[in-house]
Design a protein around this ligand. Structure first.
Ligand code: ZN
Length: 169
């Protein structure tokens, strides 16, 4: 596995639509492995293939909570949404700022695993937010396109204190 370079806002690849993955081969497995390593190295909780310049519908997510688990989504699609929630988001491709984004509270998604096996997954809260954020990347959409406003320093600090409290549980 190897670290890949994370493209930053302004790079045209971040604005393109990614293609369906059709070959579930070693090359895809290598990409997913590299993406996970790159995400962990950058302390992110999600990464989409276009962020490393690969226009394929592949995503990795790890919320790094107590039951930290790596989720790989190939060709993910949202099939149902419920509720709305506003929270602060950031993105490895848009360093230094954070913003308020309204996302569904719960989502149901359909995707394939690294071997092409289809599955469905339900997510809520932070995981639902993260899934929506990463699927947006596959469409060439960044959260700054849909944020209601940029978060202030105080809001970012309050949110990260809250996170620390939660992770101590
Ligand atoms: Zn992002």
């Amino acid at each position: 596995m190897a670290l890949r370079k994370i493209l930053l806002n302004g790079d045209p690849a971040l604005r393109k639509s990614a293609r369906q993955v059709e070959k579930f081969n070693r090359r895809l497995h290598m990409l997913l492995g590299d993406m996970a390593q790159t995400m962990y190295d950058a302390n992110g909780c999600g990464l989409a293939a276009p962020q490393v310049g690969i226009l394929q519908r592949a995503v990795v997510i790890d919320l790094d909570e107590e039951d930290s688990v790596l989720i790989e989504l190939v060709n993910p699609e949202i099939v149902a949404c419920q509720g709305e929630e506003q929270a602060i988001e950031g993105c490895l491709s848009v360093p230094d700022i954070r913003g308020h984004v309204v996302r569904p509270q719960r989502v149901k998604i359909r995707a394939q695993d690294r071997f092409g096996e289809p599955f469905e997954m339900e997510a809520e809260g932070l995981l639902a937010r993260c899934v929506c954020h990463e699927i947006d990347h596959l469409q060439g959409c960044l959260y700054i396109d849909i944020m209601t406003r940029q978060a202030t320093e105080e809001e970012i600090k309050a949110a990260s204190d809250e996170e620390k409290k939660r992770s101590k549980k």
